[in-house]
Design a protein around this ligand. Structure first.
Ligand SMILES: CC(C)(COP(=O)(O)OP(=O)(O)OC[C@H]1O[C@@H](n2cnc3c(N)ncnc32)[C@H](O)[C@@H]1OP(=O)(O)O)[C@@H](O)C(=O)NCCC(=O)NCCS
Length: 230
């Protein structure tokens, strides 16, 4: 495999203290911390059965270690992002998280797939808004370019939608977030990372805050002409 490791400084706190960040592939020795990150990042009402288990993590590091990334700050794991390769057809983009990620086990990883599909991204609450999520995403964009894939794609939780659902449809909510009149904790983050909406998927994942909706969002590889679409 092509191992990935990148270190840089992020700046936190009022005095903007520099902290050394490393983005690297995760391995077996990181599993306990990765599961702990999931516990912190997906509290109830999110179903705890959807947190990583050791079997899923073993599949990630075995089947597609390049797609298994974590962020480390001063020796502590603070975030992770996982992906697999799939053949994504932009004309038939409706899918569920369980179908496309094999329930997070990625046994359907296709080494000849045309797209990098994001299974999960999470950053510990105490380390958010430091740019770490964006850095993990950037590292995955680099993988897309390195492997000459057509795009990065994935479903973004619409975790603020439950507060607005009585007033608008999920599609209208996404449009309001795109225009900036509503800020969504995940979709606004994905837009700031340069992801573009493909559409809204219903019953994507059991997720009370999003009412099970997700925005499918992609980042097209600027160096590769896509096979379909635009
Ligand atoms: C989504 C998540 C990964 C973002 O991580 P993060 O490290 O805090 O994000 P960053 O600091 O890199 O933010 C990047 C940009 O997104 C924006 N952003 C991040 N969180 C935001 C929020 N809650 N509301 C609005 N904008 C937000 C930042 O302001 C920043 O914008 P800028 O680049 O213009 O300055 C993190 O909030 C998280 O782990 N959430 C829970 C798990 C989850 O739901 N994951 C998504 C699964 S689909």
């Amino acid at each position: 495999m092509d191992r990935y490791c990148k270190s840089f400084f992020a700046y936190e706190g009022r005095g903007k203290r520099p902290v050394k960040v490393t983005i690297r592939n995760y391995g077996k020795e990181d599993f306990a911390q990765l599961i702990d990150i999931q516990r912190e990042c997906f509290p109830p009402p999110f179903p705890s059965e959807l947190w990583w288990n050791e079997e899923q993590l073993t599949e990630h590091v075995t089947r597609f270690p390049e797609g298994a990334l974590c962020a480390e700050v001063e020796g502590e794991l603070v975030g992770s992002m996982t992906a697999l390769k799939v053949n994504f057809d932009r004309d038939h983009w409706q899918h569920t998280w369980a179908e496309v990620t094999d329930n997070g086990y990625i046994r359907n990883h296709d080494f000849a797939g045309n797209s990098l599909y994001v299974v999960d991204i999470s950053v510990r609450p105490s380390r958010r808004k430091l740019g770490l999520g964006k850095s993990l995403m950037q590292s995955m964009y680099e993988l897309v370019i390195h492997q000459q894939l057509q795009r990065l794609v994935g479903g973004g939780r619409m975790s603020g939608y439950h507060k607005m659902a009585s007033q608008m449809s999920a599609e209208q909510y996404l449009n309001e977030v795109i225009t900036g009149s509503i800020q969504d904790p995940v979709i606004t983050f994905l837009l700031r990372c340069g992801r573009q909406p493909v559409g809204v998927a219903a019953e994507y994942l059991e997720d009370a805050e999003s009412l099970n909706y997700a925005a499918i969002m992609e980042w097209p590889n600027p160096f590769v002409k896509a096979d379909t679409g635009y």
